[in-house]
Ligand binder design. Structure first.
Ligand code: G3P
Ligand code: MG
Length: 267
């Protein structure tokens, strides 16, 4: 049986049985995966924020999407090749005039901002995952979450099945979500079987991958489904009518409004 995202929230959700998730924070309006983008999501009173995590060269979990820093900063090189102190010199807000000078957050800083205010989906990026169970990015993230007392309000997700298995070995009570990667699973394998195999709590896929038969399969297994990344209202409404448990959006304010207006779904 799965664990729906709305069971992890601090406050009652905008829509019953559903989670409005700010993708990389309020990233349509503010630089993605930064503290101002998380503060923006909190200000919009959305249910949860999603952030991506990689490791710096000195092994610090940092909140950033791409393995290379170019898209976020205009600079060169890889996150994994810089120490935290070196990464902090780059301007992660350079593409947004009002947010120039924004620094890369550590996961610890993001947790400090979010604790008691907004639930988090921590996506562990494949580039940070290693084969060993202990001492890697998974355990580092979990330790920080426990230290902040946020374990009841965090779900971990990953495209990398190793990360999901490691998390459950370290702490079976941690909530995890499979991020579907079609290159990893035979087409005949339905979501329910994948989620059970990885001992996960939810199934997440893109708006283009979800189908009525996958929704049925997840419902039959009691597995919640969350969909990324949806910025247009029409698709938001269609997915809510299909009974998805959450949507990731770069425009979480638009999603929140659509979620409050949409008729309830018989689940
Ligand atoms: O977790 C949903 C989504 O963030 C996965 O894709 O590439 O935006 O991290 P990506
Ligand atoms: Mg992500």
């Amino acid at each position: 049986m799965g664990r729906p995202y709305h069971s992890l929230l601090y406050n009652p959700p905008a829509r019953a049985g559903f989670a409005v998730i700010a993708h990389r924070g309020a990233s349509a309006y503010l630089p993605e995966n930064t503290l101002v983008a998380l503060e923006g999501a909190i200000g919009m009173e959305v249910d949860m924020a999603e952030i991506d995590v990689l490791l710096s060269r000195d092994g610090v979990p940092v909140v950033v999407h791409n393995e290379r820093i170019h898209r976020a900063t205009g600079g060169r090189g890889r996150v994994a090749h810089y120490t935290l102190a070196e990464l902090k010199r780059f301007d992660f807000g350079y593409r947004f005039r009002q947010s120039r000078g924004e620094r890369i957050p550590t996961l610890e800083e993001a947790l400090e901002l979010c604790a008691g205010r907004i639930a988090l989906n921590i996506e562990i990026k494949t580039g940070a995952v290693r084969d060993q169970v202990l001492g890697g990015v998974e355990e580092l993230c979990m330790d920080l979450v426990y230290r902040r007392g946020m374990e009841a309000h965090v779900v971990y997700s990953s495209f990398d099945p190793r990360a999901l298995l490691h998390l459950k070995i370290i702490d079976p009570s941690a909530a995890t979500a499979v991020l579907y990667d079609k290159r990893l699973y035979p087409g005949s394998l339905a979501p329910g079987a994948i989620v059970e195999h990885l001992r996960a709590d939810a199934f997440n896929c893109s708006r283009d991958e979800i189908s009525a038969s996958w929704m049925d399969d997840c419902a039959a297994h009691g597995i919640p489904v969350n969909i990324y990344t949806v910025d247009d209202e029409k698709t938001m409404r269609r997915l809510m009518a299909m009974g998805v448990g959450g949507i990731f959006s770069n425009r979480p304010d638009v999603l929140r409004k659509a979620a409050m207006e949409a008729p309830p779904t018989a689940l």
